[in-house]
Design a protein around this ligand. Structure first.
Ligand code: AMP
Length: 218
């Protein structure tokens, strides 16, 4: 199964992609997570990406595409993937189509989670993340001791989750990523869901959409 999660920063793509990945045993590829790992390990990729990320701009396609192609090859052996944070512009989407075509494969569904800008800003300014297991929290419901419920590691704020960078990330989203909605609508694989509601409610809606892929296949 090959699925892309689309939506503005703060839509909940990462949270939902992780849940789908566990539920369906489908590899989850988050370009943002791969890049943050590279930055924290101070690799040459991380050093190249760091300044773009801290400004909330897109890392150049040449860097991203090289990284993603290698990952996708690994995941194909495991029955597909759920992509989160990639593609981020039409050029990346076309490259992805090209990789898959070479293997006589294609994306099956693009799930677009829609939230308004102010909801996104509120979610991101309060977001806390466990640097060890990646579990996400919001300041309003995080454990009072500031430690992850799953592994006990101290929760942190992402460096790019400050209001100035968040506003820039949203602007970049509208300029560069939003056109993908039309790109995938024209291909007939776009499904839209509202990002309002609890993570559980949104997850249930996503599972219903994914069940449609299974029905089509059988
Ligand atoms: P995310 O975790 O998806 O919010 O991504 C965090 C940051 O990583 C973004 O603001 C970009 O700077 C960079 N990034 C992640 N994915 C991509 C991508 N597909 N293309 C370019 N930059 C990306």
């Amino acid at each position: 199964m090959r699925i892309v999660m689309l939506g503005p920063p703060g839509a909940g793509k990462g949270t939902q992609a992780k849940r789908v990945s566990v539920k369906l045993n489908l590899p989850h590829l988050s370009t943002g997570e791969l890049l943050r790992e590279a930055v924290s390990n101070n690799t040459s990729l991380g050093r190249k990406a760091k300044s773009y990320m801290s400004r909330g701009e897109l890392v150049p396609d040449s860097i991203i595409l090289n990284m993603v192609e290698k990952e996708i090859d690994k995941y194909e052996e495991k029955g597909g993937f759920i992509l989160d944070g990639f593609p981020r512009n039409v050029a990346q989407a076309k490259k992805l189509d090209g990789y898959l075509e070479k293997k006589s494969e294609a994306l099956e569904m693009v799930i677009n989670i829609d939230v308004d800008e102010e909801t996104a800003v509120k979610r991101l300014t309060g977001r806390l993340v466990c640097p060890n297991c990646g579990k996400l929290y919001h300041a309003t419901n995080a454990p009072s001791d500031g430690a992850c419920k799953g592994c006990g590691t101290e929760l942190r704020k992402r460096e790019d989750d400050n209001e100035k960078t968040i506003r820039n990330r949203l602007e970049v989203y509208f300029d560069e990523t939003h056109p993908l909605i039309e790109y995938y609508r024209e291909k007939g694989i776009l499904r839209n869901i509202s990002g309002k509601g609890s993570p559980d409610e949104i997850f249930q809606k996503i599972l219903i959409l994914i069940a449609q892929i299974k029905v089509k296949k059988s």
